[in-house]
Ligand binder design. Structure first.
Ligand SMILES: [Zn+2]
Length: 287
């Protein structure tokens, strides 16, 4: 089962999140039939979404991470709530690019130049919206930059997806470490030292460490207090009713035109690929 840990250091200067998302990214891959590079891009953003969603105060609050770029993947969108439910899609799941010279999947090449928009729907009239330009398109660095520039929170973000030879997800997960305002200089120095010596997140999972051991390794030299362990999941809340509502919003004229065509229509959910079929009779009812 996937696991999300929320922790602080005992000195109260750092808060930290670590997550294993192997199963939920595998679910996403099976829905979207993504190529390895698309799995990596979507998996990284889903992993970030799980952790950032867990920072929301209420379970009903909703986080959206939307990356738009000029690369062949087009865009990556993820939504997450405070209850650990996450879902997402990429515009082009079939994007295929050669590996980078270091042998890694070319996520930044797939995404290209663009921006990251973070929307937090906190149940108020207006949602919070923050937007930054992508610094690398590798996603972790882009989220680090978002926290620094939009939320003034110095953070270390690591996200990793390792795709197996059969295209299934072998490892996936990440961590977010954030310095709280009262963090002392020596804490920052220690954290920087830890990060410099750190293998990649997927290397750590491959070596047998779990999310808790990884968190303790990142926070070596600090006393770590784990406050909460939960099980994030890929969850789509689409329903026929929601699709009907969406159809109604396109207007009577469009619906009339569909009926004139005389063909039943099929709507696919972007997030879980579930198909909703509407016969002539159903369309007439909507009008
Ligand atoms: Zn769905």
């Amino acid at each position: 089962m996937d696991k999300l840990l929320r922790a602080t250091t005992k000195n109260g200067e750092i808060r930290a999140f670590a997550v294993n998302t192997k199963e939920l990214v595998n679910v996403a891959r099976s829905y979207h039939q993504t190529t390895p590079v698309a799995s990596a891009a979507l998996g990284r953003l889903l992993t970030a979404g799980v952790m950032m969603g867990s920072m929301l105060k209420g379970e009903q609050e909703l986080l959206t991470l939307n990356i738009k770029g000029d690369g062949p993947i087009g865009g990556v969108l993820v939504t997450a709530n405070g209850a650990g439910q996450v879902k997402g899609y990429v515009n082009n799941p079939l994007v295929d690019l050669p590996l980078k010279v270091n042998g890694k999947l070319d996520v930044s090449g797939a995404i290209g130049v663009g921006n990251l928009t973070v929307i937090k729907d906190l149940g108020m009239k207006e949602p919070y919206v923050g937007q930054v330009e992508l610094v690398s398109g590798e996603i972790a660095e882009d989220i680090t930059y978002y926290y620094a520039s939009s939320e003034q929170t110095p953070s270390v973000v690591a996200l990793g997806v390792l795709v197996d030879t059969d295209y299934s997800i072998k490892q996936s997960g990440g961590f977010i470490i954030q310095l709280l305002p009262q963090a002392k200089e020596e804490t920052i120095v220690q954290l920087e030292k830890n990060i410099q010596e750190l293998p990649s997140i997927t290397q750590m999972f491959e070596s047998g460490l779990d999310e808790e051991a990884i968190l303790k390794k990142v926070l070596e030299g600090f006393e770590v207090l784990v406050h909460d362990i939960s099980s994030p999941e890929y969850y789509c809340n689409c329903s026929r009713e929601r699709v009907e509502k969406a159809l109604i919003t396109i207007g009577k004229e469009e619906l009339d035109a569909m009926i004139q065509d005389g063909e039943p229509i099929e709507m696919n959910c972007h997030f879980c690929d579930k198909k909703y079929r509407f016969e002539m009779e159903d369309l007439k009812k909507l009008i």
